[in-house]
Design a protein around this ligand. Structure first.
Ligand SMILES: C[S@@+](CC[C@H](N)C(=O)[O-])C[C@H]1O[C@@H](n2cnc3c(N)ncnc32)[C@H](O)[C@@H]1O
Length: 418
């Protein structure tokens, strides 16, 4: 059984709405999510509350608030109006110009309205969603907000929307484990695809620019989205390592299998710590470290743990979704990224690793070696990500890590010689 959130309408005061919208814009600028006048103007023009009539205006205009509009029988989110912060960030990545044609994959209404503002009256916006309930909602809300000209239709995004192609921009607002060949086919020369792309379990908002025949990206940010359904769905594999009274720990695997029994045994056995000497200020981002580990670790997983398991010290991690983990399948061992405060005020943290299994100390040391390599050679730098259709020969690929998916071969190349 799926649950649709009923639309109970709030009647807001226009002056209050304007004030809240300005506060949200100021916050989005502070967070670096709004970087241009064009995106700021679009956000100022569209009533976000009109696409979230069931929310209070305060929640509708909270920069980090996403409204879940539909869940499956287990409570897992199927559809949402995304948080304004990630929407603004992705629109900046998309660099949408007046008079252009844009396809949005995954609808909610609000983001399509922002795109309609950016393309202006001379442009064209098409938004598609696999879920008829979502399109019904978008078709109801878009005209109320003044954006009846957006084409909203039910379709599986894995096929794009060929009838209105080519598109100057394709903005995917659902997590994809791969690029769909249809997107590349429907992209105009010089076009751009912005997509929350899952690479080895971690999802990055990536802007791929078409450069001649290649798709090249130099701009990424870690993000979270509901996963794609339909033909492009690719399930992750969760290996439960510990389960009891809300305390759950598991390994999320995007590739391959592990011996679950041995890994469970490894977790309860003695652990080994290793510390890198590499530090990070409280609250600062370390997306580039995660991307470095995605590209540098030979076998990769995410160690996911519920708050109860973390609070009780079953694992020394900090993320429900998961922290970067080095696997050694052959040795039935793994090591995950951890941090410890270096001062009593807890303002600076040192990265380290906790290893488990027969080779606990070795894998923990291997992980911190990569943390030190990132700090020494790559910190503050962004790699180049390229996507090549499957079948592209190795000789055509640039130097770097190659991640294989079903339709594309992704390469991650870090600048050398800092
Ligand atoms: C995060 S929501 C989209 C948010 C939206 N763009 C907004 O304005 O905030 C993701 C949407 O992707 C849709 N979706 C999932 N798989 C899809 C697919 N294969 N094709 C098209 N839409 C899909 C879901 O139904 C959901 O409505």
């Amino acid at each position: 059984m799926t649950t649709l959130r009923p639309m109970v309408t709030h009647t807001p005061d226009p002056a209050r709405i304007d004030a809240l919208r300005e506060e949200m814009i100021a916050e989005l600028r502070k967070l670096g999510a709004i970087r241009t006048e064009a995106v700021e103007k679009a956000i100022r023009a569209v009533g976000r509350h009109l696409f979230m009539p069931e929310e209070t205006p305060e929640k509708a205009y909270a920069a980090e608030h996403a409204l879940i509009t539909k869940r499956d029988e287990n409570g897992v989110s199927l559809s949402s109006v995304s948080a304004a912060r990630i929407q603004a960030f992705m629109l900046e990545q998309a660099d949408i110009r007046p008079g252009t044609r844009v396809l949005e994959i995954g609808s909610g209404g609000y983001n399509a309205a922002l795109i309609a503002e950016l393309v202006g009256p001379g442009g064209e916006v098409t938004t598609i969603d696999i879920d008829p309930d979502v399109i019904d909602r978008a078709k109801k809300l878009l005209p109320v907000a003044g954006y009846g000209r957006v084409h909203a239709l039910v379709a599986d995004g894995a096929e794009g929307e060929p009838t209105r192609a080519p598109y100057d921009r394709i903005v995917v607002t659902v997590e994809a484990a791969d690029l769909a060949p249809a997107w590349a086919d429907q992209l105009a020369p010089g076009g751009r695809i912005v997509v929350p792309l899952r690479l080895r379990g971690l999802t990055w908002s990536v802007a791929f620019q078409r450069e001649n025949d290649d798709l090249v990206a130099r701009d990424f940010e870690v993000c979270g989205f509901v996963p794609m359904r339909g033909a492009g769905a690719r399930d992750e594999h969760l290996v439960v390592l510990h389960d009891g009274e809300g305390e759950e720990v598991g390994l999320r695997l995007d590739e391959g299998q592990v011996d679950a029994g041995q890994m469970r045994k490894a977790l309860v056995g003695p652990g080994a710590e290793a510390w890198s000497g590499v530090t990070l200020g409280l609250g600062l981002p370390y997306d580039d470290l995660e991307l470095w580990l995605v590209s540098a670790l030979p076998e990769f997983a995410l160690l996911a743990a519920t708050r109860a398991a973390r609070d009780r010290g079953v694992v020394a991690s900090w993320s429900r979704r998961g922290v970067a983990t080095l696997l050694d399948r052959g040795a039935c061992s793994f090591a995950y990224l951890t941090m410890r405060p270096t001062t009593p005020e807890r303002k600076v943290f040192e990265f380290g690793a906790v290893g488990h299994g027969p080779k606990a100390a070795r894998v923990a040391e291997q992980l911190v070696t990569q943390v030190r390599a990132w700090d020494r050679d790559h910190r503050g730098h962004k790699p180049e990500l390229r996507a090549f259709p499957v079948g592209t020969g190795d000789r055509r690929l640039p130097a770097g890590t190659v991640l294989e998916s079903s339709a594309f071969r992704f390469t991650i190349s870090w600048p050398v010689g800092r």
